[in-house]
Design a protein around this ligand. Structure first.
Ligand SMILES: [Zn+2]
Length: 109
């Protein structure tokens, strides 16, 4: 019974937390909004993505989307624009967050 209650609570938490969205920009703004992946590029080319770390530490994460960069990430958008980033994001220093962004939701690893 306790387990059912906990999984219902988890589901409720997930369904009420803000869904991440994508914002295409030419330059990175000075202040990044919460739950937003900024895609920086030009002429249909995606260079890199930037986002605030979802743990709340306030750091800006920058992820290369360029095909020839290493490491690099791929960003896919669902029909409603909800972003998925692959592979996971694992900060080795600072807050040590490790998470996936899937269909607009953060999943902690
Ligand atoms: Zn963090």
């Amino acid at each position: 019974m306790k387990r059912i209650f906990r999984s219902l609570l988890d589901w409720f938490r997930r369904s009420t937390e803000p869904r991440w969205r994508v914002c295409d920009v030419g330059d990175l703004p000075n202040a990044l909004a919460l739950s937003t992946v900024y895609v920086i590029g030009e002429d249909g080319q995606q260079w890199y993505a930037a986002m605030r770390c979802p743990c709340g530490c306030g750091d800006t994460l920058q992820l290369s989307l360029h095909a020839e960069a290493s490491p690099r990430w791929t960003l896919r958008r669902r029909w409603d624009g909800a972003p998925t980033l692959r592979p996971s994001i694992w900060r080795r220093g600072a807050c040590r967050s490790h998470f996936l962004l899937e269909a607009g939701r953060v999943r902690w690893v």
